[in-house]
Design a protein around this ligand. Structure first.
Ligand code: PEP
Ligand code: MG
Length: 570
């Protein structure tokens, strides 16, 4: 029995067998071969195994994910049967007298480069297929297992070094009961996704992948951040009781689903949800979300190998707007970069991706990507109450430029006879300290602010949100952060505008009383946190919280603030 302590990333308790999602080591060296016939036979056997494996995966994918998702494997089987690819590899083994691994890699690298260089989307996709197939054949040549999370077909807990947002999006909700990772913090996107998928998760355990083998029984305690490996029968029984208790607590909160969010002295605030895909809507409705405060549209762009078309985006936005039946929907334009990559854009690697070419910076440069999204949004705007927000705004110039592009697209659509709503609010995320400090100037031009504390805290404290070693600096209650939040809220109110918060801080039990006191108008959080937050706010008096917040702003440390909140809200 082993216990690993990590960071509680998504609440709940899960007990199941481990499924280790580790990147296989496919390294090899170039070798000279005398018996090339035997090498070719080995290569052919690896191909046969790959085809067999793909057929199995395809069957599972068709059953679990549908025919469309499964079709990708057809393309891979076609590649494996294509003599134009396979024969040159065999020729290479014969001519160069080299091992199959080397001949394979050399030949497929050449094809990949050729397809990638073509000015044709279809051909560029073939490069991705060849890359995948190469990996599969190599794994059979080297006798290493390649894992594929989309084919999981029994209840498991996924163990990984890290889960990228696109890995997370591919997880089958039916079978993945929870996950635990070696790295990451509470605001890494895998943690955020886990909360919207409503699966218990722990991140930053440091060594889950080294301590856990496939098939080990594990308990994910997403309430306390504890990961138990091969627990005793007593501990399992204890956790089963704890899980029941947690479910009972959730049932209590569920009674508030149709209630307004009012403080004990009658002040109303809005509790909104953060979503990543239209599929998250159900959770928003079931959890009594009064709005969508952040739609992270980048998930539309992930887990695929090309950009989504305007039409695909239009359908997704329309679905969300219609699903919310006239309630506000704040859609954030593409925020790619940082820990969210789009391999098909082939952006150069950066030393500091969180400080690099991401979000609005990329959109203002790659304008066609940005304009396509804006057109889709504008066309969808008549289906509900759309608000558009730009991420990672650092200067007023960036906001003006983004807004001007939006206006251009709007005028062009209207000129082409399309209907566009006349009441779309346009706001920004405040997640860079420069923007918080200059909020008074921004407030004159934007319709609203939404404070993105996940980034605002990392940039203010200079502490990477993905790095568990500096996670002690992720301090939402630090008076420095509270002062920035106050500056933003006050600036917006002076101009008759509103401020929301869509960083994880908005759903934090200790932060909520402070944010109420600072005058935050909208709290946007994982849908699963809404009812708990509502039950908390019903107990609090706004007038008391104003005093609490005022005193917190004058305190020295985050710990002092935390103690003061705990004392005031006992
Ligand atoms: C934030 O930075 O607080 C935020 C909501 O954006 P993201 O977590 O997607 O970077
Ligand atoms: Mg952010």
């Amino acid at each position: 029995m082993t216990l690993l302590q990590g960071i509680a990333a998504s609440s709940g308790i899960a007990i199941a067998k481990a499924y280790c999602l580790v990147e296989p080591d496919l390294s090899f060296t170039k070798q000279s071969i005398d018996n090339t016939d035997a090498e070719i036979t080995k290569f052919e056997a690896a191909i046969a195994k790959s085809v067999e494996e793909l057929k199995d995966i395809q069957k599972i994918a068709e059953r679990e994910l549908g025919a469309e998702e499964a079709a990708i494997f057809d393309a891979h089987i076609l590649v494996l049967n294509d003599p134009e690819l396979i024969n040159p590899i065999k020729d290479n083994i014969n001519a160069e007298k080299v091992n199959a691994e080397h001949a394979l890699k050399e030949t497929t690298d050449m094809f990949i480069a050729m397809f990638e260089g073509m000015d044709n989307e279809y051909m560029q996709e073939r490069a991705a297929d060849i890359r995948d197939v190469t990996k599969r054949i190599l794994s059979h040549l080297l006798g290493v297992k390649v894992v594929n999370p989309s084919t999981i077909s029994e209840e498991v807990i996924v163990i990984a070094e890290d889960l990228t947002p696109s890995d997370t999006a591919q997880l089958n909700r039916k079978y993945v009961l929870g996950f635990a990772t070696d790295i990451g913090g509470r605001t890494s996107h895998s943690a955020i996704m886990a909360r919207s998928l409503e699966i218990p998760a722990i991140v930053g355990t440091g060594e889950a992948t080294t301590k856990i083998q496939d098939g080990d029984l594990v308990i994910v305690d997403g309430l306390n951040g504890q990961l138990h490996i091969n627990p005793s029968a007593e501990l399992i029984a204890e956790y089963e009781t704890a899980a029941e208790k947690y479910e009972a607590q959730k049932a209590e909160w569920a009674k508030l689903v149709n209630e307004k969010t009012l403080t004990a002295d009658g002040e109303q605030v809005e509790l909104a949800a953060n979503i990543g895909t239209p599929e998250d809507l159900e959770g928003v409705i079931n959890n009594g979300g009064e709005a969508i405060g952040l739609y992270r549209t980048e998930f539309l762009y992930m887990g695929r190998d090309q950009l989504p078309t305007e039409e695909e985006q239009f359908e997704a936005y329309k679905k969300v707007l219609e699903g919310m039946e006239g309630k506000p929907v704040v859609v954030r334009t593409l925020d790619i970069g940082g820990d969210k990559e789009l391999p098909y854009l082939q952006l150069p690697e950066e030393m500091n991706p969180f400080l690099g070419f991401r979000a609005i910076r990329l959109c203002l440069e790659e304008q066609e990507i940005f304009r396509t999204q804006l057109r889709a949004l504008l066309r969808a705007s008549t289906f509900g109450d759309l608000k558009i927000m730009f991420p990672m705004i650092a200067t007023l110039g960036e906001f003006r430029q983004a807004k001007a592009i939006l206006e251009e697209e709007k005028e062009a659509l209207i000129a082409a006879g399309e209907k566009v709503s006349e009441t779309i609010e346009v706001g920004i995320m405040v997640e860079i300290p420069s923007t918080a400090v200059q909020a008074d100037q921004f407030a004159k031009e934007v319709d609203f602010f939404s404070i993105g504390t996940n980034d605002l805290i990392q940039y203010t404290m200079a502490a990477d949100r993905m790095n568990e070693r500096v996670s002690y600096l992720y301090q939402p209650y630090n008076p420095a952060i509270l002062r920035l939040v106050k500056m933003v809220i006050d600036a917006s109110h002076r101009e008759g505008k509103w401020t929301g918060m869509c960083g994880e801080m908005a759903g934090d039990e200790i932060a909520i009383p402070l944010l109420l006191g600072l005058g935050l108008d909208e709290f946007s959080m994982s849908a699963t946190s809404i009812l708990k937050a509502r039950s908390q706010i019903l107990q609090l008096k706004k007038s008391d919280m104003v005093k609490l917040a005022e005193s917190a702003l004058e305190m020295g440390t985050a710990e002092e603030v935390m103690e003061a909140v705990q004392k005031a809200c006992k």
